[in-house]
Write a protein that binds this ligand. Structure first.
Ligand SMILES: NC(=O)c1ccc[n+]([C@@H]2O[C@H](COP(=O)([O-])OP(=O)(O)OC[C@H]3O[C@@H](n4cnc5c(N)ncnc54)[C@H](O)[C@@H]3O)[C@@H](O)[C@H]2O)c1
Length: 315
């Protein structure tokens, strides 16, 4: 175990899927962690063990109200807080935009006024790229979001770039496609398919031919920590993709979910979600491999199998 008790890490969105997994791993490595989230402490179930860890502090507040004093004492900030649900954003685009853009700008301002953060890391989404102009998508690909969620995250990423150029805020962007694993959000299609198959219900696929880069949470968290530990001069101002580096159709992933559960349930097809037809997604992890030493260790099939094991425990 590496002792890092002198480095304070502030994680926004710490009560969520990615935030709680990262919190656990950083505490295990000896870091001091502050988790900020709007989830009340009594409902922060994914952090129930961490809440009593002396190296962990929970700040129950919105990132939109973050103050420089909340940032003080942390040399690294990881910004994960977001309205992270793409389907919800179709029905609540204004709320999503307000959360994700205002949250990023409030954090940037607090970091600017706090003054001594060495890295501000941001979790970017594949939705920010939207309709890829070429594959695999690399870090130079323009942001061309194809839905309100993607727009909100792309705007937040652009804010980070603007504050870096204007004020020298040391931002790093870490992008992934779909991330799955234990404690994942139950609104994500992979969870729904595993859950339906487990209950003997049909798997409903919206579209089918569109593709995704599906990554396992442990790989993504390892990528984030590699960036956190890398020399600042090698990573600040840079973007990295820390996904699986693979492309699979939604249809293929649905079949993998059915195989992982082992129930021969029917697969039914519904129409594409708006903007989804023709969508293709595969990220190059070459830059992350070269600069961070990142290698994804789980194929999408393995990620689904491990997630299925966890889903079974929920019965
Ligand atoms: N899970 C994925 O597939 C995926 C893929 C790419 C990028 N991301 C990004 O990674 C980050 C984490 O994703 P996740 O899957 O853990 O999502 P999540 O929804 O599980 O976690 C997000 C957390 O942010 C909190 N939050 C929301 N608004 C807030 C606010 N105003 N102030 C403080 N906290 C707030 C939520 O309560 C939640 O605990 C998000 O920024 C998301 O956009 C996720």
């Amino acid at each position: 175990m590496r002792y890092c008790g002198d480095i304070g890490v502030l994680i926004t969105g710490a009560a969520g899927f990615g935030g709680s997994t990262l919190t656990r791993e950083l505490l295990a490595q000896g870091y001091r962690v502050t988790g900020l989230d709007i989830v009340p402490p009594g409902h922060a179930f994914l952090l129930r063990r961490e809440l009593s860890n002396p190296n962990f502090r929970y700040l129950w507040k919105s990132v939109q109200d973050i103050q420089p004093g909340d940032v003080d004492g942390h040399s690294v900030v990881v910004h994960l807080a977001a309205q992270s649900d793409a389907p919800l954003a179709f029905d609540s685009p204004r709320y999503t935009v307000m959360q994700n853009i205002e949250g990023a700008v409030a954090l940037l301002e607090a970091v600017r006024q706090a003054g001594w953060v060495s890295k501000l890391m941001f979790a970017a989404s594949g939705n920010q790229i939207g309709r890829a102009r070429y594959l695999p998508i690399d870090e130079d690909h323009p942001l061309t979001p194809h839905n309100p969620y993607g727009f909100s995250k792309a705007a937040a990423e652009m804010a980070l770039g603007a504050w870096r150029l204007a004020y020298g805020i040391p931002s790093i962007v870490l992008g992934t496609g779909v991330v799955i694993g234990p404690n994942m959000r139950r609104e994500v299609f992979i969870f729904k398919w595993l859950w339906d198959a487990l209950h003997g219900n049909p798997i409903v696929v919206e579209g089918g031919s569109q593709t995704r880069d599906l990554a396992y949470i442990d790989d993504v968290v390892r990528g984030w920590i590699l960036a956190l530990q890398a020399p600042a001069e090698e990573v600040v101002g840079q973007k990295f993709f820390v996904g699986s580096g693979t492309e699979h159709s939604i249809d293929f992933l649905a079949r993998a979910c059915r195989d992982a559960i082992g129930n021969e349930v029917p697969i039914e097809y519904a129409g594409f979600r708006p903007g989804e037809e023709g969508h293709r997604e595969a990220f190059s992890v070459e830059k992350a491999r070269r600069v961070l030493g990142f290698t994804p260790e789980h194929s999408p099939g393995e990620a689904i199998a491990l997630t299925a094991e966890w889903v079974r425990t929920l019965l």
